[in-house]
Design a protein around this ligand. Structure first.
Ligand SMILES: [Fe+2]
Length: 262
């Protein structure tokens, strides 16, 4: 199959709250509206948009219903997976059980532009860290085998590589097991994650990885890894452009203020 140009957007860490609620003075709904406006304005040519988990902050039904309402304004198709702040049962009640893969998790295959994109649900109930369960690892292995010579991009909530900051305690628990599966395929071109509220690139076992700052508060690198300083921005989406021989990601900020939050 030939490859033209694939363009998709990754949003992450929306942390949506109910009407009237804010977090450290930030209004996650207002930030999501700005993201949607930016996509509709500058990226309406995208094939789709992925929401990479922490869709809501407290896992509650009204927040998921609010998310559904806000997403009605988005002009490109949307696909979702979950993070540690989500509640899988409540999410599926609002958005429909058909969003659960045969694994029982909110995993998904998207075939577009000659690529296969795998969305992997890393939510581990009751934990801030994440995990990919054995049935998911089997499912990923099978989906990669089907992809044959088609290049693959993976999107999951939890970052797999150490950042040497406060968020290292909250990484994916079994990243080695995930990489054991991903390296069975010759062309996993990128792993894109959220969760850490920071813009980073890294490489592990030959696979390039990126994290995006996401829609909520931003975490800057600090020399003291026990210190967590939250900043207002940037709020950021990843714009992924992939063609036959390369993947490039633009980190497109839609809120560009860096005020330290209380
Ligand atoms: Fe998270």
């Amino acid at each position: 199959m030939g490859i033209d140009m694939l363009k998709f957007i990754v949003l992450s860490d929306l942390h949506l709250l109910q009407e009237g609620q804010t977090y450290a003075g930030l209004d996650p709904a207002d930030r999501l509206r700005r993201a949607i406006d930016q996509i509709n304005d500058r990226h309406s040519d995208a094939d789709f948009c992925v929401l990479a988990g922490d869709l809501v902050d407290l896992g509650d039904r009204p927040s998921y219903e609010r998310l559904e309402d806000l997403l009605a304004d988005l002009t490109v198709p949307v696909h979702m997976t979950l993070g540690n702040h989500d509640n899988r049962d409540t999410f599926l009640q609002v958005f429909g059980d058909d969003l659960a893969a045969p694994t029982g998790f909110v995993d998904k295959v998207i075939d577009a532009g000659g690529y296969r994109i795998l969305l992997i649900d890393s939510l581990l109930d009751g934990e801030v860290t994440g995990r990919i369960e054995p049935q998911q690892l089997d499912w990923i292995r099978d989906r990669l085998a089907e992809a044959a010579d088609r290049p693959v991009i993976v999107v999951t909530h939890h970052h797999i590589n150490r950042l040497h900051n406060f968020m290292d305690r909250y990484l994916l628990q079994n990243s080695d097991a995930l990489l054991d599966v991903l390296t069975t395929h010759a062309q996993v071109h990128h792993i894109i994650t959220g969760h850490v509220h920071s813009t980073t690139t890294s490489i592990r076992r030959g696979i390039p990885c990126s994290s995006l700052a996401g829609s909520h508060y931003n975490i800057k690198l600090h020399r003291d890894p026990t210190k967590l300083e939250r900043r207002e921005g940037p709020a950021q989406m990843a714009v992924v452009l992939a063609d036959a021989d390369q993947v490039v990601i633009h980190f497109d900020d839609y809120i560009d203020r860096h005020v330290v939050l209380p």
